[in-house]
Design a protein around this ligand. Structure first.
Ligand code: UDX
Length: 437
């Protein structure tokens, strides 16, 4: 099939590349000329495991191309994906100007039937708005389809190639047939393509992310309570996760969820409910609790150092909002850094992929180490904000040589408690017994 993908951000690029992998001809469009030139020259603009292999293979086969020329891309495409940003506007509602702007541009170019697919996360009713933009500008028949993405950063290629489900919102038989054909190769193992109306599909995306954010937040609160009542959150997690109705996944407590999706989508769904005069109370609590959770490490430090962090120096392992990504959007580490600086402390950080982005954002407000051990030199304590695999089994003897004190505040519960007792560390993790050697 001939596909155009408008927008080569994270979602657009993964979508375009993965769609070319099953033999489709995909042309990706972006207004950013420098970026398009870069991709034409074979450079993948984001870090995403496994993407580069597919990217290079399909470019070499001539199935994946890049352009700034929208008219050229739209001309032959049977299906046009819009993967454009929907940033939160000033009031927290999703800003649809990119989507509606692109819809207007495309509507002036179409000369034959097209399926216009919205991949971006958008409020309920957006498909109707896009349809209205087309109706105002052209008589050519088109169908607007909602097809939300459920890609996790770090495993986005796998998520696209073998999705748990594909959600397609359309009431048009013609569009349904084309979308069924397009996604068939991705669900051969038997996972469903769920067809529904546009509005249900749009809401599905927000509800899925908000539910997961709520699940994590619930566990964060359970963990906070565990610390107070001297219970072990790992035991509680396993105890409840074995119930199939609850499930084992997304029950890991920590220092709050971050990233480009959960914070934005929870806020947007709450706002959307608000606009329809419905007070989605649980989501308001989720947002409040998560804000607080991002800085629990600082609260613990203040307690440990009796309210005075001035002149203290901390090693920080992890900057990205989660492992296997360089994405630092809404990363708890940034909130921790901010608070520490406010309290007069200094920080040396290490992250396998996220350092360049943090440097771009806050520059030399903190120091950056070449590796995880260098970050420890002269530090009063080690703080852990992201559960990268390289932090899971470090050389504790080597760590002792650099750390001024054997003190670890772990926001991701990486280490075994008995091991920390044996090694003689002060070890403060989330929702587990405090090891106070
Ligand atoms: C998420 C959704 O999973 C994906 O379906 C959607 O399309 C985009 O948003 P992503 O933001 O890439 O994906 O990351 P995810 O792996 O879902 O983690 C989100 C946040 O939750 C991270 O900050 C992570 O650290 C946190 N998290 C996750 C926990 O704190 N505990 C858990 O048990 C799981």
């Amino acid at each position: 099939m001939k596909i155009a993908v408008i927008g080569t951000g994270y979602v657009g690029l993964v979508t375009g590349t993965c769609l070319s992998e099953t033999g489709n001809n995909v042309i990706c469009v972006d207004i950013n000329e420098a970026k398009v030139q870069q991709m034409q020259a074979g450079v993948v603009p984001i870090y995403e495991p496994g993407l580069d292999v597919l990217f290079h293979r399909n470019i070499a086969q001539g199935r994946l191309t890049f352009t700034t020329d929208l008219a050229h891309a739209v001309k032959d495409a049977q299906i046009i994906f819009m993967a454009l940003p929907t940033p939160p506007g000033g009031d927290g509602a999703a800003d649809l100007s990119y989507i509606l702007g692109a819809a207007k541009d495309i509507s002036k170019l179409v000369t034959s039937y097209k399926v216009i697919v919205n991949k971006s996360t958008v409020p309920v009713g957006t498909a109707d708005k896009v349809q209205a933009v087309f109706a105002a500008n052209t008589d050519v028949e088109i169908d607007v389809v909602s097809n939300p993405e459920f890609l996790r950063e770090g495993v986005a290629v796998e998520d696209f190639m073998k999705p748990d489900r594909v959600v397609i919102g359309t009431r048009s038989d013609k569009a349904q047939k084309l979308m069924n054909e397009l996604y068939g190769p991705y669900v051969r193992q038997g996972n469903p393509i769920l067809f529904m109306d546009e509005r249900s599909s749009e809401l599905t995306k927000y509800a899925a992310n908000s539910f997961l954010a709520t699940k994590i937040t619930f566990m964060n609160e359970v963990a906070n309570l565990c610390e107070i009542v001297d219970a072990d959150v790992d035991a509680v997690r396993k105890g409840i996760g074995s119930d199939a109705r609850i499930g084992k996944r997304f029950l890991f407590p920590g220092i709050g969820y971050g990233g480009s999706c959960f914070p934005k989508d929870v806020q947007a769904l709450a706002k959307s409910a608000d606009e329809h005069n419905y007070d989605f109370q649980i989501l308001r609590s989720v947002m409040q609790v998560n804000e607080k959770q991002k800085t629990i490490i600082v609260d613990k430090l203040l307690k440990y150092y009796k309210g005075d962090l001035k002149g203290k120096h901390f090693a920080l392992w992890g900057l990205a909002f989660k492992p296997e990504t360089d994405d630092i959007r809404e990363a708890p580490a940034l909130y921790i850094i901010d608070e520490l600086i406010k309290h007069g402390a200094t920080v040396t950080a290490f992250d396998p992929e996220g350092m360049a982005n943090v440097k771009g954002l806050i520059g030399d407000k903190i120091k950056y180490a070449q590796n995880q051990y260098e970050a420890l030199i002269g530090a009063d304590a080690l703080l852990i904000a992201t559960e990268w695999s390289v932090f899971r089994n470090p050389d504790f003897e080597k760590m002792e040589e650099s750390l001024s004190n054997k003190v670890i505040f772990d926001g991701r519960n990486l280490y075994d408690l008995q091991k920390m007792i044996d090694l003689g560390y002060y070890y403060n993790s989330v929702g587990r017994k405090l090891i106070n050697n």
